[in-house]
Write a protein of this length. Structure first.
Length: 337
């Protein structure tokens, strides 16, 4: 299938009558703080065609289920399905199975969509012929620490140069944030792998590409993301991310790359260099010292517009992300759950 150039913002899309029905799917677990705003952002879309929202409810211990029931009672376009296991890929597959329409748009329970998100997704799917389209995960914080995490997440220093983090030109990509899919493409590859408790989006997009499909990135789709609020929560998030990225490599060894090996190799080098330095081999301090200088200089560059409290926190945030990811990759058990 040939890919046509993506239209620029403001270009005419399909006529209103050509907009197909869309099923938005969401999995939630303990999302009482953000669920109402996430749901309203979906139901307030400016999409001209039919739209529904299917929410898979995990075993929450807060008021998530009650809030979801109240929201569903207020708008017939929303309904819920049970997800007693609480696993994201299981919930997504159940919501997709229950969905009515052939365009599936994935949304997180703590993400807030811009009003034109669904319309843009459908237009880009039709313009490009891709199996999946998505855009930018734009982290936004409110506290000084969250602002530092958001800066790191949105920059090359924290997470590398993936376009869904830092932006870039529209075009084919390895993966995108969230994703808007053709149902036929999901059925072709068997949906989300329910054994992948994290990194299931990257793994699915890999299978889509391997099957001959196209995953398309567009900067026109931009979603606000709420970052973790403490060092402990951030470390846990990135440790688990590293563990599951290692699982992707186990399942698909051909996906290993220098970019994904960099954090574990750097961590091994820093630990080894520090031990060697303490033992009396002073050149061993070159590696951890060089990393420290790199993080400090990089933080000064990417964080120059941050408030001063966030600037001071940025090196700690970046080091936490790098080392936690690397440790997770190294200490990832084969029976990962």
């Amino acid at each position: 299938m040939s890919i046509q150039p993506e239209q620029q913002p403001g270009a005419a899309g399909p006529d209103a009558a050509e907009y197909p029905g869309v099923s938005v799917v969401m999995t939630v677990l303990n999302e009482e703080r953000h669920l109402a705003s996430a749901v309203r952002a979906v139901l307030d879309q400016d999409y001209p065609g039919e739209l529904e929202l299917v929410v898979a409810l995990g075993p929450s211990t807060d008021a998530t289920d009650a809030i979801a029931a109240e929201l569903a009672a207020q708008d017939s376009r929303m309904r819920t399905v049970p997800n007693p296991e609480g696993a994201t890929p299981v919930g997504l597959n159940r919501a997709i199975k229950d969905a009515k329409y052939d365009i599936i748009v994935r949304v997180d329970g703590h993400a807030v969509l811009p009003r034109d998100y669904v319309r843009t997704a459908v237009e880009v799917l039709q313009e490009t012929g891709a199996d999946n389209v998505g855009g930018i995960m734009h982290a936004e914080g409110t506290t000084p620490f969250e602002k530092a995490v958001a800066c790191a997440t949105n920059s090359w220093l924290g997470v590398g140069g993936a376009r869904f983090h830092v932006g870039g030109e529209a075009g084919p990509a390895e993966t995108v944030y969230l994703g808007s899919f053709r149902r036929s493409a999901l059925e072709r590859v068997g949906g989300f792998d329910e054994g992948m408790r994290r990194a299931q989006d990257w793994e699915l997009n890999y299978r889509l590409r391997r099957s001959g499909g196209t995953v398309w990135f567009t900067p026109r789709m931009r979603v606000s993301y709420r970052p973790r609020s403490t060092v402990k929560a951030l470390a846990k998030q990135y440790f688990r991310t590293g563990q599951w990225r290692r699982e992707v490599v186990r399942r698909h060894s051909e996906t290993v790359s220098v970019r994904y090996l960099a954090p574990p190799l750097a961590l091994v080098g820093m630990v080894g260099g520090t031990i060697a330095g303490v033992a009396g081999f002073w050149p061993g301090f070159v590696i951890p010292g060089g990393y420290l200088v790199g993080v400090l200089v990089g933080s000064a560059i990417v964080g120059r517009k941050l408030p001063w409290k966030s600037k001071l926190m940025l090196p700690i945030v970046c080091a936490t992300m790098h080392t936690s990811w690397g440790a997770g990759f190294i200490f990832s058990p084969r029976n990962l759950k």
